[in-house]
Write a protein that binds this ligand. Structure first.
Ligand code: NAP
Length: 322
């Protein structure tokens, strides 16, 4: 099969064979793969796959079921599916535990479905499970125009009218508001701590992918019993913490990574997402924000775009092609 290999940070189409799926695995004929920032880290040698996972880049995909393992129960050959992967998405075929697989919603194009799993599962786990979001709470998403940010806005607008985001350009801010954010702060021209201080808005939940200098400000603007959850630290993994805010406001600071989890752990979130988010999609209340789709041969352009941060929403790799 064709897959995307890499050397010296350059990606290229290569050939490799694939084994049959094991008892609980499904083999997916891949239509599309979502592109994620972790893919760039892996290409640069900073984010190796967890033990036992495919060495091939790619954390999510959509396609049709090509083969099923002997003990697979939920899917049959030909079903349209999307899946959260530990690796292997940038390839014509991938084997994945059936617990990590979801049916493609009836109103989502198979190509676009490759961009659903990673951000939806991450947002669900970090906002609903870890941060224990309750309806009508006030939420701040840093990196509002990112794949994660646009997903969080589009889900949360169904549950609260108080969604704030930060983003790096006015155009990104406008897009976030159009998606359903209450307001968007261009962090390059407005200090977000001052913004919330001036408006006397207290945040119940902050989803942060920036870290570094944001920690101090986040702690100040959080509400009593506020929750701060990290999914990345694009500025810095190191920061100083004022514990007084944590104690007096009874704050909870947490964080998580999805990729390193077992199929059982991922499967638990998959079940919750199928129960709570898939109906939103089917009812047209959630739509993914897709910025651009690239052919397999143009994968370097796709990575360049992600690294430039000029995109808004998700970038997709079209594996099937014409
Ligand atoms: N923990 C997990 O389980 C998990 C799962 C999925 C993703 N993630 C992480 O969450 C982050 C967002 O993922 P994504 O796929 O949505 O990413 P993405 O689409 O590439 O967006 C990242 C955005 O962050 C903003 N940003 C702010 N400061 C930045 C900096 N110093 N360097 C680079 N970008 C900066 C950029 O927009 P501006 O113009 O606004 O600056 C950029 O568009 C990534 O770091 C990803 O690895 C974690």
């Amino acid at each position: 099969m064709k897959f995307i290999n890499y050397s010296n940070e350059e990606l290229f189409v290569d050939e490799v064979s694939i084994s049959n799926p094991t008892d609980y695995q499904i083999q997916i004929k891949v239509f599309s793969a979502g592109i994620n920032r972790a893919d760039i880290l892996q290409k640069k040698g900073h984010y190796p796959p967890p033990k036992g996972e495919s060495e091939i880049i790619g954390l999510e995909c959509a396609g049709t079921v090509e083969k099923v393992g002997n003990l697979v129960q939920k899917f049959k050959i030909g079903d349209q599916v999307c899946a959260i992967l530990g690796g292997g998405g940038y390839a014509e075929f991938v084997n994945v535990d059936e617990k990590q697989v979801m049916p493609v919603p009836s109103n989502i194009d198979l190509l676009d479905a490759g961009a659903l799993p990673e951000t939806i599962l991450t947002v669900y786990e970090n906002i609903f499970n870890i941060s224990q979001f309750k309806e009508n709470e006030t939420v701040l998403i840093h990196g509002g125009s990112s794949g994660i940010g646009t997903t969080a806005i589009s889900i949360l607008k169904n549950y609260t009218k108080s969604i704030y985001v930060t983003a790096g350009t006015d155009e990104k801010c406008q897009k976030c508001i159009a998606l359903g954010a209450t307001d968007a702060i261009n962090y390059k021209t407005t200090d977000f701590e001052k913004y919330f201080g001036d408006k006397k808005i207290k945040l119940d939940i902050i989803l942060d992918m920036i870290g570094g200098s944001y920690l101090k400000k986040n702690l100040k603007i959080l509400n009593f019993k506020g929750r701060l959850t990290f999914i990345a630290a694009l500025e810095s993994i190191k920061s100083e913490i004022n514990l007084l805010y944590v104690m007096t406001k009874q704050l909870k600071i947490s964080g998580s990574t999805l990729r390193s989890r077992t199929p059982e752990e991922k499967g638990k979130i998959v079940k919750q997402v199928l129960k709570n988010i898939w109906p939103l999609i089917e009812e047209g209340k959630y739509k993914p924000t897709i910025y651009q789709t690239f052919k397999m041969e143009d994968v370097n352009l796709a990575h360049n775009l992600l690294e430039s941060s000029n995109h808004i929403g998700k970038i997709i790799l079209d594996i099937k092609g014409e």
